[in-house]
Design a protein around this ligand. Structure first.
Ligand code: UDP
Length: 323
């Protein structure tokens, strides 16, 4: 069976590609290398079952070529990460919405199933936590650019579910702060990648605000397992899934943990949100997923603890990442 991974040269995408190849699939990657890089696929570059197409998911010719012989699509190509979104909200909206629209249309025409990557960012500031997939959402105003990403992904979700009503076999995964090897300190997986980068350079760990905001982090191989199930199991189609870990931690505690894991006795430096992101920025004080739907329908649960995942990530960071 051949599958297409859009955004397959990105952080999560490249791990998904490795896993699919290990499972015996024929894999096509479509990536414009704007966020991802071919280096992320260096471990499988010469794999006989891998085909890489460099192109924009919005380009009909590139998409047509990429879909040749494909039976399932994992649509991960998107502009992601708060700094990238703040830097170019127009491109964020265009790529995330138009790209998904084209992928969904093409899959519907050809009878191909598709799993669309979304984000826990769609919950916004949240109504209550842990948040379940059917819960109300609470976004801030459009004057705060941060929400451009959430709105683009929400529209993707609506499009996906609208196509499901027309018979498309489609599922949506909402990732909750995925981290691990190859996360880009300037893109997704931001805070852990940044802290490790800073630790390695012997620089202070930059904690934004008072550090009491919380997140739950999921190790990338767990996120890949959830994605694989959401994309391939018939029970998944027509549904949205939180792909996250129930373990919650404050950013200050995370910084302490990273100092312990890395053994780097670097200081912690507090920076205000307005200093980092400008005066209009709105922070999300808490974010943690309700994980029962993925457990019930996909039999999926995150397995790698934060301590274990940070160890593995640091191992990679120390040995593979050039400062
Ligand atoms: N953060 C931080 N220092 C950094 C980068 C991020 O304290 O150098 C905080 C950020 O304010 C947020 C959390 O870490 O509360 C997670 O940030 P990230 O950008 O990784 O993802 P988000 O959950 O905001 O999408």
């Amino acid at each position: 069976m051949r599958v297409l991974v859009t955004g397959g040269a990105g952080f999560i995408g490249s791990h998904l590609v490795e896993r699919l190849l290990a499972e015996g699939y024929e894999v096509t990657v479509l990536d414009d290398l704007s966020g991802g890089q071919l280096g992320n696929l260096s471990g499988v570059r010469d794999h006989p079952r891998l085909r890489v197409i460099v192109g924009d998911v919005r380009d009909p010719a590139a998409l047509r070529m990429a879909l040749g012989g494909v039976e399932a699509v994992f649509h991960l190509a998107a502009v992601v990460g708060v700094p990238r979104v703040l830097a170019d909200p127009v491109r964020t909206i265009q790529v995330n919405v138009e790209g998904t629209q084209r992928v969904l249309e093409a899959c519907a025409e050809r009878g191909i199933s598709v799993c669309v990557a979304s984000s826990s960012e769609v919950y916004g500031k949240g109504v209550h936590w842990p948040a379940a997939e059917g819960d109300d959402l609470r976004l801030g105003p459009p004057t705060s650019l941060r929400w451009a990403y959430a709105v683009s992904k929400l529209l993707d979700e609506h499009l996906a579910l609208a196509w499901a009503r027309h018979g498309l076999r489609v599922s949506v995964v909402r990732y909750f702060n995925v981290y691990g090897p190859r996360a880009d300190p300037h893109g997704y997986g931001y805070v852990i990648a940044r802290f490790m980068d800073q630790a390695l350079r012997g620089e202070p760990l930059t904690v934004y605000g008072d550090g009491r905001q919380t997140r739950s982090f999921i190790y990338v191989t767990d996120a890949v397992e959830g994605t694989l199930r959401a994309g391939l199991l018939p029970a998944a189609f027509g549904h949205i899934f939180n792909i996250g870990c129930a373990e919650e931690i404050s950013i200050l505690d995370l910084a302490e943990k990273i100092r312990a894991v890395t053994g780097c006795q670097v200081p912690i430096r507090f920076l205000s949100f307005s200093e980092v992101y400008g005066p209009e920025f709105e922070e999300i004080p808490r974010r943690v997923p309700e994980v029962s739907r993925a457990r019930a329908l996909l039999g999926f649960e995150a397995r790698v603890t934060l301590d274990e995942g940070l160890q593995r990530t640091w191992e990679w960071w120390r040995t593979c990442r050039r400062v």
